[in-house]
Design a protein. Structure first.
Ligand SMILES: Nc1ncnc2c1ncn2[C@@H]1O[C@H](COP(=O)(O)OP(=O)(O)O)[C@@H](O)[C@H]1O
Ligand SMILES: [Mg+2]
Lengths: 432, 590
């Protein structure tokens, strides 16, 4: 029989301490307070002093509340019954459906053996030229959208989710605004995708600790589906809230922060989640698209910075567009040799020219007279922004490539493009 | 009898253990938890308590769990069969683990690093009665393209007499192949394998030599301007996405060394897989065998346990030192040393040590220095020479080099290949900043010649800066030409396309020939009347040169384009610039 402990020794932030024996690190407990019951997780053992992180938070917990250890780590139900359902960050129903307790699986399991991984090879088409042409998304990629608040990142996320050919979608919301939650629900419904979607939603008004569980739960469930052969797309928004929740906990635990208050293991914490993205030989895959909002539009802020070091590139959303600089798909070269032979060349050449255009803009803003070359670049920059960067453009990759050649021919002489003669001869649009 | 203890606390991947027997710092122990044996290492001793870092995730451990100590420090197995392997940070073979536990890395499963079944063709080189010491060769076995020396274990102090040596034949690594006697007359059985503690440098050589010979990387910018020497050290710091990993992958393929050890330390698993899948298909031009047969991968990627990440770079460098003892040139590349430093930081934080800058421990600098010190060119006791070259990437927070790990590394390495966000954004790869990077080693090409071109580059960059202030119209045609020359050399020589089959790797001879052309253009007195005309001409020249970069060396096409470029330049050239005779002579330009 589980023993109940009814004396809480200390309460600090969301962390409580009780005296107890035979408790395992990472074990769950249930704490009953006057506000109801909450789960709590063991985060430190020191002889018979057990520290627990209370999911519902420490607010209102009294020293006389009771704690019952459950003898198992955090688990979540896994079955097809999850599809179409909405849960909280601790796996409780958020919709009107029944609570699920069948087939419980542990979350945050061990990492995938690198020797069992395969090289990602399947392109995910989105119809967005800044993605398909310049920073191709690949199945099993882990990729964040870097953005300042106010940008349409959730819209972009939803659009890619609907356009991508995947078997199912898992949405993990962290600190999500209620309106945004409703937006996702509606959009996925309109797109006919709700029945193949599972949502784990922590909203801005829910307890902080529950936010921490969202990525682990979402990814544990994704992993099981992927092992069954499903191509799963996991959307996580917003990982900065996850990192901030980590920060909050580590500060209450008096850990020495490493950078702007964030714990020294932020990198490892983020990596253990993102690395769940995988293409499984002979089975399905997990692709992760995550939003990382950048406080103060600062990429060097610890959260985007650590994220960029972990993920396989990033889409940098700014002014409603995906910026060519700062955006990157590290997996693009796995697929873009097989799309069309001019893909890589167009990709490189157009970006280099756009960089020159930016230089010219600077020159212009300084009031210098512009050369003929500068005039060409200005024309090119305008075309590039309106026909490639504009997020309302929705065309297949091949069309975008043709568009690229047209744009180059409209603005430059052949040799000015820096493109190899062989390709110029083949693809340069004929006069007239 | 080894010591035993009991767990009294758990905090992340650090546990506290009560133990009354004798234990040693860095001793390895196993926590017995839920039927599993979890490997861990003592990192602090205080009275009857020891603090240990666990090389696994610590979930499920309870206060009161038993701990068994081994009396040994963390060590690796050395012997034939290391080449072509892929290990985790503790030298567990990952493919064998996969065969055992499937897709996921189950905690507490440890396998032999060296295959115990495989037979090796042993040839003795010493006879009964001969005197031997640590690292002396007892016999050899062929391993891939190399003669693998079976040596007296490095830990054997003093002199020994060979009492028995196995005759030529096929043996497995754990078979007895020799018996040697120490001065006190005690016999020691030897096999083809032995262990060595990873955190101790192997120093079984007679002297360390100054690294002078360049390690050819086939990356133009490195070989010509920022060379790395065999036995030297270098670092590649850069913000995320600037190209550190791609550059290291390029080096691991094309560097002119015998053996490459890749330490994938705390970075993406996917990147290791690329190497893993591609290397067996690629040929090492030196040996004609697959590249995998000269490679060992130590993969302790970012989601694998942090404590074994800390160990992984030591595992890697120990394997490198082992092959150096065979007179081979070994390149160790570690991606990323920052993740290793962060692993130290995490542990230091749990130990509640007084933090230094950015919460890194105070011993960060000395630890980094000691790691790079394990590189070196050495003369072995038998007169042969071997080397370990170490190159580490650094991932500075916020891409700012002014941070503890980058700074500590810059103090000790011989070459600094700093990657710039500006260059990678503009797709100028490899994004090594040509003017801010430096190397203390000697290039393939005389420094007077590279210096001349470097000057052009520097001036070109200055003029570029000036133009941002005074505009193109405020710049003289003469200066503008220098600017264009700089841009041209950058585009065709500094930049190199890693994904082009020809351009990806440029051998020494081709670099020499190419660089002559570059010097000629740099020193040419070109005649133009206006800037736009010059710009167009350089655009044409650039295009032709890029075409040249993509053609097979000395092919008909190559020779044709080369001629065409020469003629193109001659058309515009009116002699050479003043003060260029010396460089033209040094570069052997006719
Ligand atoms: N030499 C190169 N040529 C072409 N593309 C490159 C080169 N180096 C890097 N890249 C591009 O930049 C991306 C990031 O490079 P990577 O080496 O992974 O960066 P880092 O390790 O510094 O984070 C690659 O996936 C590739 O798209
Ligand atoms: Mg990298």
């Amino acid at each position: 029989m589980d023993k109940i402990y009814s004396k809480i020794e200390s309460i600090s932030g969301n962390v409580i301490t009780v005296k107890a024996k035979n408790v395992a690190y990472g074990e769950l407990a249930e704490i009953t307070t006057s506000f109801g019951t909450s789960l709590a997780e063991v985060i430190k053992l020191d002889r018979d002093m057990v520290s627990l992180q209370v999911f519902a938070g420490g607010r209102g917990v009294s020293t006389g509340d009771s704690v019952r250890f459950l003898g198992n780590p955090m688990r979540v139900s896994f079955s097809d019954n999850l599809l179409g359902r909405v849960f909280t960050g601790s796996g409780e129903p958020r919709d009107n459906g029944p609570a699920l307790s069948e087939n419980l699986i542990t979350i945050a399991g061990p990492s995938f053996n690198p020797a069992k991984r395969i090289v990602p090879s399947k392109i995910v088409r989105t119809g967005i030229p800044m993605i398909d042409l310049f920073n191709t998304l690949v199945e099993s990629q882990k990729l964040p959208i870097f953005s300042i608040s106010g940008e349409p990142y959730n819209e972009l996320l939803a659009r890619i989710a609907l356009q991508a050919e995947v078997d199912m979608i898992i949405l993990g919301g962290m600190g999500l605004k209620y309106d945004d939650y409703l937006y996702f629900k509606e959009t996925l419904e309109e797109g006919g995708a709700l029945s193949r979607t599972i949502m784990y939603i922590h909203t801005a008004s829910d307890p902080t600790v529950e936010c921490l569980m969202v990525p682990d739960i979402s990814l544990a469930v994704a992993e099981k589906f992927a092992l069954q052969g499903k191509r799963v797309l996991v959307l996580l928004t917003d990982m900065t809230n996850f990192a901030d929740a980590k920060k909050e906990i580590s500060i209450t635990q008096e850990q020495v922060p490493s950078n702007r208050g964030y714990p020294g293991d932020l990198y490892s914490q983020l990596a253990s989640r993102y690395e769940k993205a995988v293409d499984i030989d002979g089975a399905g895959s997990i692709t992760i698209l995550a939003v990382t909002t950048m406080p103060g539009d600062d990429v060097t802020h610890p959260v985007p910075d650590n994220t960029g070091y972990i993920t396989e590139g990033q889409y940098y959303l700014k002014g409603g567009r995906i910026e060519p600089f700062g955006s990157l798909s590290r997996l693009k070269q796995q697929v873009n040799a097989k799309t069309r032979e001019d893909h890589r060349t167009i990709m490189d050449a157009m970006i280099k020219l756009y960089a020159s255009y930016k230089d010219t803009l600077e020159k212009k803003s300084m009031g210098f007279s512009l050369s003929g070359w500068d005039e060409k670049l200005l024309k090119y920059g305008y075309l590039f922004e309106s026909k490639m960067m504009n997020l309302s453009v929705n065309i297949p990759l091949e069309e975008a490539l043709d568009e690229g050649w047209k744009m180059l021919a409209e603005c430059f002489d052949k040799q000015e493009t820096g493109i190899k003669t062989e390709l110029i001869e083949k693809f340069w649009p004929k006069e007239g | 009898m080894s010591a035993k203890g009991k767990v009294s606390g758990v905090n992340g991947n650090m546990i506290t253990v009560e133990v009354s027997d004798k234990i040693a710092m860095n001793e390895v122990g196993y926590v017995l938890s839920n039927g599993k044996r979890l490997k861990s290492e003592i990192i602090r001793i205080n009275g009857d308590t020891a603090q240990m870092q666990i090389y696994e995730i610590s979930g499920g451990i309870k206060v009161g769990d038993d701990v068994e100590f081994t009396g040994e420090m963390l060590a690796v197995e050395l012997g034939p069969g290391l080449l072509g392997q892929i290990y985790d940070g503790l030298q567990n073979p990952l493919p064998e683990l996969a065969a055992r536990t499937g897709f996921f890395l189950e905690p507490g499963v440890y396998l032999d690093a060296l295959d115990r079944q495989k037979k090796w063709a042993f040839t003795p080189v010493v006879g009964k009665g001969e005197t031997v010491a640590a690292a002396d060769t007892l016999g050899t076995v062929p391993e891939a393209a190399f003669t693998h020396r079976i040596m007296v274990p490095f830990s054997f102090l003093g002199e020994y007499t060979v009492d028995w040596i196995a005759p030529e034949g096929e043996y497995a690594v754990a078979d007895k192949i020799a018996v040697i006697k120490d001065a006190g007359g005690n016999s020691h059985d030897l096999t083809m394998m032995f262990e060595w503690p990873v955190k101790r440098a192997v120093k079984c050589y007679s002297e360390r030599l100054k690294p002078v010979k360049p390690m050819v990387t086939q990356v133009r910018l490195i070989d010509t301007f920022l060379p790395v020497a065999l036995g030297g050290t270098f670092c590649i710091p850069g913000p995320f996405g600037a190209g550190k990993t791609v550059l290291q992958q390029t080096l691991s393929r094309h560097a002119d060394v015998d053996i490459v050890i890749i330490a994938a330390c705390g970075e993406r698993a996917g990147e290791v897989v690329e190497t893993l899948k591609e290397f067996p298909e690629l040929t090492d031009p030196k040996t004609g065998r697959s590249l995998m047969e000269r490679t060992v991968i130590i993969a302790n990627t970012s989601s694998m346990p942090v404590a074994s990440r800390e160990a992984s770079v030591y595992t890697a460098v120990t394997l490198a030192e082992y092959y150096r003892q065979m007179g081979l040139n070994v390149l160790l590349i570690a991606d990323s040393t920052s993740r290793w430093a962060q692993a130290m930081r995490e542990m230091s934080g749990r130990l509640e040590e007084i933090p230094g800058d950015e919460a890194f421990p105070a011993y960060l600098e000395s630890t980094i220095a000691a790691f790079y010190e394990r590189a070196g060119l050495v003369r072995l006791k038998d007169g042969s020479v071997g080397s370990v070259t170490i190159g580490g990437t650094v991932s500075p927070a916020g891409g700012n080099f002014d941070e503890p790990v980058t700074q500590a590394t810059l103090k000790v390495v011989g070459a600094f290949l700093g990657l710039s966000r500006e260059r990678s954004d503009a797709r100028k790869y490899p994004a090594i900043h040509p003017l801010e990077s430096w190397s203390k080693y000697k290039s393939l090409i005389p420094s007077s010649v590279t210096g001349y071109v470097y000057d052009v580059m520097r001036k070109s960059a200055e003029i570029d800066q000036m133009m941002k202030v005074v505009g193109e119209e405020g710049t003289s045609l003469e200066d503008f030409l220098i600017y264009l020359k700089g841009e041209y050399v950058d585009a065709v020589y500094f930049q190199q396309n890693s994904f082009d089959p020809v351009d990806a790797a440029v051998p020494t001879e081709r670099q020499h020939r190419y660089f002559k052309l570059i010097v000629r253009i740099a020193a040419a007195n070109l005649k133009f009347t206006e800037k736009d005309e010059a710009r167009r001409w350089f655009a044409g020249l650039r295009l032709k040169t890029l075409d040249l970069n993509g053609t097979a060396y000395l092919s008909d096409e190559f020779l044709r384009i080369e001629k065409e470029i020469e003629a193109f330049v001659e058309e515009r050239r009116d002699g050479y610039l003043p003060h260029s005779e010396a460089v033209l002579k040094a570069a052997e330009v006719k």
